[in-house]
Design a protein around this ligand. Structure first.
Ligand code: ADP
Length: 488
């Protein structure tokens, strides 16, 4: 039985540009359930015309929205948060239906998305500037925080609610207006969130969303990239698309937040608690079936504990239950689409051909459906294999043996990416040294679940720049204005 939604109102199936509306000529594209590969909904296939209309609406709404006192903006965001929480079950089902993750994770994502809305509702009222001691007599000097203007938010499919909430919430809190384009695989959750924002009392034009197929995504986003009225792009997705956005927005010098791909190392030192490390790896690796940008992509285990750790890991991985989100016991759902499964297969094949050994899994689960894949454990993996160089984005754990701390730090940092890294150790001096030495925006020390609305999330190197969440998150949507008053 596919997951059903109780409140039809959460499925508007249209763009929101000051009002609910369709794309030109009624163009639409299909939304597919990755568990069954069946089409179950459709949404507007927008193009340049809809992108322009959304931008006009956001631009027109900006002066009034920035003038709304922060406290009132905060109250609207709090109402939005309350509505999201109140619709947890439906939103969780919608996430699981269009994205495939187990229902418990779908519900968990709703709470995670709401936590950003609540956080930024609170932060809205604390966007304090500075009063600066003047270096000369007769002056008063201020640094004031102002909203940057219209923000374009472009999001991926792996967290259909959380990714868009953590862009829209800080933008609105800061006093910016928004144009958004969700991923083509998962447009429905974001439309449902916008529906609830409308219900929360957000004025028309402040938050606009247009959906588009993969073929038209660039047509929509190019309008925003090329228009000087869009002052900021907030993007989560792949590094090639992030670089394209950075290049193309250079002509109008927009502010950018780019949360891009990762290639997270997970290091187990020989002084670690091996059970805790195995549990932490399971949590970090298999959330959303490995389809997260902070998912450990390379696992390094120190020689003396390698075999014992692999044994513990193998038992845990073999016990995972794969199945559709509609099945209560499922821990791993389908991959998002056929392309994702092909990449996983290619990585495993390449590793095995290069001398890696399959310990658990390694194959499709065709009996469940085209997009299901076995949780997989590979050992004797080398740095040059595809699974070490590219993000696999699937339920594959590739293990590499190492000897020394210096060697593993060099290996961990030997990638153009730097989003998350993890290590397990009980040596207090080593913990300090290794946490300092790892080139990444997030470091988990004896912890596999890092993300929280109160923490800054973002990468270094080719994993991008900007931070989402935390007391720093609002700054990405604001600019500082220095005001100097003389003749006092
Ligand atoms: P993934 O490979 O995980 O789908 P992408 O970076 O391709 O990641 O997609 C993330 C988001 O970027 C999606 O909303 C997608 O539609 C959008 N996107 C993809 N290509 C382009 C492009 N050329 N210009 C603008 N947006 C794009």
């Amino acid at each position: 039985m596919p997951l059903s939604i109780q409140h039809d109102a959460l499925l508007p199936g249209r763009n929101y540009i000051g009002r609910w509306c369709d794309a030109e000529e009624g163009r639409r594209f299909d939304v597919t359930d990755p568990a069954t590969d069946r089409v179950f909904a459709s949404v507007p296939d927008s193009g340049a015309a809809e992108a322009r209309a959304a931008l006009e609406a956001a631009h027109a709404a900006f002066p009034a929205w920035r003038a709304v006192p922060a406290k009132q903006r905060a109250q609207m965001l709090k109402r939005w948060n309350d509505l999201i929480v109140a619709h947890t079950e439906d939103l969780g089902r919608l996430i699981s239906r269009e994205q495939g993750k187990p229902l418990a994770e779908g519900r968990g994502e709703v709470a995670y998305a709401a936590s950003y809305v609540e956080w930024f509702a609170e932060e809205a009222t604390r966007a304090n500037g500075d009063v600066i001691p003047a270096p000369v007599p007769g002056r008063r000097m201020f640094a004031l925080k102002e909203p940057v203007g219209v923000v374009a938010a472009i999001t991926p499919w792996n967290f259909p609610a959380a990714m868009i909430a953590r862009k829209i919430a800080p933008a609105l809190a800061a006093g910016c207006t928004v144009v958004a384009k969700p991923a083509e695989d998962t447009p429905l959750t974001s439309l449902a969130l916008v529906k609830l924002a409308e219900e929360a009392g957000l004025p028309a034009g402040v938050l606009n969303i247009v959906t588009a197929s993969r073929e038209r995504a660039a047509e929509v986003v190019d309008v925003w990239l090329d228009d000087a009225r869009v002052r900021k792009i907030s993007f989560t997705g792949s590094t090639p698309v992030g670089k394209h956005l950075a290049r193309r927005s250079a002509d109008t010098l927009k502010k950018l937040s780019l949360e891009l791909g990762g290639n997270a190392p997970f290091i187990v030192f020989d002084d670690a608690d091996l059970d805790a490390a195995a549990d932490g790896l399971m949590t970090a690796k298999f959330r959303n079936g490995g389809q997260t940008c902070v998912s450990p992509n390379r696992v390094f285990v120190q020689d003396a504990v390698h075999d014992r750790f692999v044994e513990k890991l193998a038992a845990r991985i073999a016990a995972l239950k794969v199945g559709p989100a509609s099945d209560d016991g499922s821990q791993i759902g389908p991959m998002i689409n056929a392309k994702a499964v092909e990449k996983i297969e290619r990585h495993i094949l390449d590793a095995v051909e290069g001398g890696a050994r399959l310990v658990v899994g390694g194959h499709r689960l065709a009996a469940l459906g085209r997009n299901f894949f076995e949780p997989t454990l590979l050992v004797d993996v080398h740095a040059t294999m595809a699974c070490s160089c590219e993000e696999t984005f699937g339920p594959v754990v590739p293990v590499t043996r190492f000897q020394t701390e210096d060697e593993v730090i060099a290996a961990a940092n030997g990638t153009p990416f730097g989003l998350a890294s993890y290590f397990y150790s009980n040596d207090v001096k080593r913990i300090g040294r290794v946490a300092d030495a790892l080139d990444s925006g997030l470091v988990g020390v004896n912890e596999g679940a890092l993300a929280a609305e109160a923490a800054p999330f973002g990468g270094v190197k080719e994993s991008g720049y900007g931070r989402e969440g935390s007391v720093h998150g609002l700054d990405d949507y604001m600019s500082l204005k220095y005001v100097c008053q003389g003749q006092l």
